[in-house]
Each structure stands twice: as structure tokens, then as C-alpha cells.
Design a protein around this ligand. Structure first.
Ligand SMILES: Nc1ncnc2c1ncn2[C@@H]1O[C@H](COP(=O)(O)OP(=O)(O)O)[C@@H](O)[C@H]1O
Ligand SMILES: [Mg+2]
Length: 282
């Protein structure tokens, strides 16, 4: 994409300055390690938020290997790649999930988008800015690992939720992710969700261990405990039917846990809004 083309795609002044603005909260959900339940927690949290009457955009930020649409049983015709190439606008590619949540699908099996180029980030930024007044929350399901895209979306959001499981490998990757975000991107505060655990006590134990390690080796990092989601057979069962577990099994332990972490998130979400400019300056 050349510069002129990029500029053409960047929208300017589309929002009516007099219209009352929504304050959109950006929440990035990351984990370091893959397979710990990020996508399930993002999608079920989005549903819980929408049940509170909030307008939610779920951004599949796992841009080369997105799969949130699969979890929801959707088959979108277009995805973020069509926005990045200029073929479609953001509004044209959004698809609707349960209870009116909007999904921004990622391309899947496309290595090119594993790391966005600077111009691509600008296109995304302007599209998101144009759309953000329609939403109260944007949840970013960032991919596994510590790639440039993970760093980008975590620094764009006001709040970073880190998902870990009680397994030492997940614990270690969650810590590594927070360390890199703090050291290289000045993201200092994290909210921990321990997934696939026995109970709240086990999750609290994981939280204490992470805090102890951080206090010793990365004292700038602050890790708040957001909550836990129990290991629950309702989760894989719902995944296999391509439905959200909190939709299919509202009484399940995992569904009650997601409702609790969503309440905690709404109570404690940081003030302000997604600051795309800060990301580009940084
Ligand atoms: N709380 C849970 N209880 C039982 N199984 C879970 C739970 N959370 C996740 N899983 C299992 O882990 C799999 C991977 O979850 P997913 O959300 O796709 O992880 P990620 O997005 O981090 O790669 C799910 O398909 C499900 O089978
Ligand atoms: Mg995922």
C-alpha cells in the first residue's frame, strides 16, 4: 500500500462533534500461552456484557489465526483482511453474534497479518475511531505469544486481562508476557483470570505466586485478581456445538464464574477510552 492510498483509506472527521460521545472501554485479553481459554472467556464475557445492556464489539485480534467466529458457529464472508486491503469498511465486515454482540472476524491461515505494517495499523485505527461511538466495550482477543500484534493491541487497550491456568507452563508464559509489556511498552497493570481451576482458592494461590515473582523480578508490575473460571465439562461441550457455554448452560459453574468476572470488570474498568494515538506515538 503506498502512502497516498493509505491516506485515502483513512477517514477524517466522520463523527458529528456535537453528538454525545460514548466512552468506549478497550479490554485486551491475552495469555502468553495458547489454548488456555482466551477465546472462550472473551466471547462469554461479551455475552455477559451485552446482557447488561452494553454494546460490545469483539475484535478477533488473532489476526493470522482467528477462530472466534468458529466458536460462535458463524461463517463470515469478509474479515479484517478486507478492511486492510481497502476492499471493505469496518461496518461492512462486522457480523452479529448472540444477543446483538458484534464480531470483527480475523482472517485465518494468513501469516501476512501476524504482524501488521505501520500503514495497516493506521487504517485500522481510523476505522475503529469512526466506529467506536457505537460501542461501550471493545474486547480484543489477542493471539497467543508475545508477537508485535499482541503488544500493539495490549498497549492500545486501557485494560489488559491476562488469562492463566494452574499449569506451570501457562503461569510462566503469563509472567513473561507481563514482563515484556511492562519493560518495552510501559503497560504496568494487569488483571488476572485463572481459568480451568478447581475453585477460587486455587486461583487465589496462583495469583499470589505470580505477585510474589513479579515483586521480586519486575516490581513495576501490578497484578490485580479479577477472578477465576472453573474447569467445567460444559465448556468443551459447548465448543463442540459451536455455542457459548453461558448461552447453552447458564446454570453451569463456568457460566456463573464468567458473570462474576464480568461484574468485577465493569466495576473496576479504567477510566478513559482507547487511545490509538498514544500507541502510534509510542
Ligand atoms: N474452564 C474450562 N473448563 C474446561 N475446558 C476449558 C475451559 N476453558 C477452556 N477449555 C478448553 O480449552 C479449549 C481451548 O480454549 P480457547 O478458548 O480456544 O483457548 P485460547 O483462545 O486461549 O487458545 C476449549 O476448546 C475447551 O475445550
Ligand atoms: Mg483463541
Amino acid at each position: 500500500m503506498d502512502q497516498a492510498e493509505t491516506l485515502r483509506r483513512i477517514r477524517t472527521g466522520t463523527a458529528d462533534a456535537r453528538a454525545p460521545r460514548r466512552r468506549v472501554r478497550g479490554i485486551a485479553v491475552a495469555s502468553g500461552k495458547g489454548g488456555v481459554g482466551k477465546t472462550n472467556i472473551v466471547a462469554n464475557m461479551a455475552l455477559a456484557l451485552s446482557r447488561k445492556g452494553l454494546k460490545v464489539l469483539v475484535f478477533d485480534a488473532d489476526m493470522g489465526l482467528g477462530n472466534i467466529h468458529i466458536l460462535l458457529g458463524l461463517a463470515p464472508r469478509f474479515n479484517a483482511a478486507h478492511v486492510l486491503t481497502g476492499a471493505k469498511t469496518l461496518a461492512e465486515i462486522l457480523v452479529e453474534g448472540p444477543n446483538g454482540i458484534k464480531i470483527l472476524p480475523a482472517s485465518t491461515g494468513n501469516r501476512k497479518y501476524g504482524e501488521l505494517a505501520a500503514e495497516e495499523k493506521l487504517v485500522l485505527k481510523s476505522e475503529l475511531e469512526a466506529a467506536q461511538d457505537d460501542f461501550d466495550y471493545v474486547l480484543f482477543d489477542v493471539g497467543a505469544g508475545i508477537s508485535a500484534n499482541v503488544m500493539f493491541f495490549c498497549s492500545a487497550a486501557q485494560d489488559v486481562v491476562v488469562i492463566a491456568s494452574p499449569e506451570p507452563t501457562s503461569f510462566s508464559d503469563a509472567y513473561a508476557l507481563m514482563k515484556v509489556l511492562s519493560r518495552d511498552y510501559k503497560v504496568r497493570t494487569f488483571r488476572l483470570v485463572v481459568n480451568s481451576c478447581r475453585d477460587r482458592a486455587e486461583a487465589a494461590g496462583i495469583h499470589s505466586r505470580l505477585v510474589m515473582v513479579a515483586d521480586k523480578f519486575a516490581p513495576d508490575i501490578r497484578i490485580d485478581f479479577l477472578g477465576h473460571v472453573a474447569l467445567d465439562p460444559a465448556v468443551p461441550q459447548a465448543v463442540r456445538s459451536q455455542k457459548l457455554f453461558s448461552d447453552l448452560f447458564p446454570g453451569a459453574e463456568a457460566s456463573k464464574d464468567v458473570a462474576r468476572i464480568t461484574d468485577a470488570l465493569v466495576r473496576t474498568a479504567s477510566a478513559g477510552e482507547v487511545d490509538w494515538d498514544a500507541v502510534f506515538k509510542g
